[in-house]
Design a protein around this ligand. Structure first.
Ligand SMILES: *Cc1c(COP(=O)(O)O)cnc(C)c1O
Length: 425
């Protein structure tokens, strides 16, 4: 399958079967639990971009934490097979290749929007001349709220301080050169470049390396919301010199509903003097944390931003999932992902009715697994019929259906079935 070219797709059911049969990752589907109620036949779950499926082993990992708690009480933080005190840093080892970072540049804490605020405390440091934030059009609402409230907190009027990179008229995605041009023109007044690694609405993956360089060339901080990128596309946050990033673990990382948020701080900021941050005891170095001194002695690396202790119960299902990522690797997931999404694109293009436009970029390097499909008529009704037929996908006003075939657990047959339902609904 690895060598099959994207141009070799064909519309027959036989092709679909052979792709599934040749899929080196096909056994991984069995490692997840699929929703099955109330339909008797299984659903097609294309919503790994919203809540990733439950790994079958997740429950056992949670039960292990419960058992340790029962057996050891508070000693479970330091005793037992897997002391809780190191739980988060053990998971950082698995996250490191997923985000392309050193384990110490990663921490797990709070949730995405909270982490965004905490990161902004350190990295959005507006001055009289440099106070703007560059974002993409159709930024996720929580990012809007966080940015605007941060600005107001600093006494800045968001109307004057938010710059949006936009799609050109008659185009579907934002051009990297347009983002670069905005940075070039306005860079001296931009404090922070803040983009979604993949835009949640359009599915466009931004060229993060180029954008990071452009931002730095103008002296801006550069940070990313990777909610839709992590576990979906390859990332090299360290090598790209990204200043900081946040993500959630419950989408493509299958870490469980409202699971712990992920945070990246580039190690170059370790030596940054006077980098303010909001502090709490969990960010204190482990060696001195329990001396209970009044002066903060920060952990080196991203864990210095931790504030409170983190629940091992919340980390447990994420560990179950990250074990699967360790086994499969992003590289292999990405190979299948490109084929699977390419196949979905190919089949949608075959639908004759002119009813659908894919607004996600056509180039596989500029997207992850999600396709956003504009339904030109009867959009909402069509979406309702998809739901009735057992398809999990989602609807975004005014006319977009988002579908995310996930390489871990979706099949070529499901993509085929989905497009048949789409065509006949
Ligand atoms: C899912 C998502 C979030 C979610 O934020 P939480 O704080 O975890 O609720 C934030 N930003 C983007 C872009 C998202 O896609």
């Amino acid at each position: 399958m690895e060598v099959r070219l994207l141009t070799e797709y064909d519309t027959g059911a036989g092709f679909t079967e052979s792709m599934d049969a040749d899929d080196p990752l096909r056994e991984y589907r069995e490692r997840f639990i699929f929703p099955s109620e109330p339909l008797s036949s299984p659903y097609i779950y294309f919503l790994g971009n919203s809540l990733g499926l439950q790994p079958k082993t997740a429950r056992a990992f949670i039960e292990n934490v419960m058992a340790e708690w029962g057996k050891l009480g508070v000693e479970a933080f330091s005793q037992g097979e897997k002391p809780w005190i190191n739980y988060s840093s053990r998971l950082s080892n698995s996250l490191a290749p997923i985000v392309g970072a050193r384990p110490r540049e990663i921490t797990l804490m709070n949730s995405l929007s909270v982490n965004m605020h905490l990161m902004f405390v350190s990295f959005y440091r507006p001055t009289a001349d440099r106070y703007k934030v560059l974002i993409e059009e159709k930024t996720f609402p929580s990012d809007h709220y966080a940015i605007k409230s941060q600005m107001r907190f600093h006494g800045i009027n968001p109307k004057e301080a938010i710059i949006e990179a936009k799609v050109r008229p008659d185009e579907k995605s934002i051009r990297t050169e347009d983002i670069e041009a905005l940075i070039e023109e306005e860079g001296d007044s931009i404090a922070l470049v803040w983009l979604g690694g993949i835009n949640y609405y359009s599915g466009q993956a931004f060229e993060l390396e180029r954008i990071t360089q452009a931002g730095h060339a103008k002296g801006c901080m550069v940070g990313y919301d990777l909610a839709h990128a992590v576990g979906n596309i390859p990332l090299s946050l360290h090598d790209w010199q990204v200043d900081f990033a946040v993500w959630c673990t419950y989408k493509y990382l299958n870490g469980g509903p409202a699971g712990p948020g992920g945070c990246f701080v580039h190690e170059k900021h370790k030596a940054t003097k006077n980098l303010p941050r909001f502090e709490g005891w969990w960010g204190n170095r482990l060696e001195t944390r329990f001396l209970m001194e009044p002066n903060f002695d920060p952990s080196p690396g991203a864990s210095g931003w931790e504030i409170s202790c983190i629940s091992p119960i919340a980390l447990a299902p994420l560990e179950a999932s990250l074990n699967l990522f360790d086994e499969v690797t992003m590289k292999r997931l990405r190979i299948k992902s490109k084929l699977l999404t390419g196949y979905l694109e190919f089949l949608i293009d075959q639908i004759k009715s002119n009813q659908f436009t894919i607004i996600t970029p056509r180039s596989p390097d500029q997207r992850g697994c999600q396709l956003s499909i504009r339904a030109h008529y009867k959009g909402k009704a069509l979406f309702e019929r998809l739901k009735e037929a057992g398809v999990f996908c989602d609807w975004r006003e005014p006319d977009v259906i988002r579908v995310a075939p996930v390489p871990f657990d979706n099949t070529f047959s499901e993509v085929y079935k989905f497009t048949k339902i789409l065509e006949t609904s």
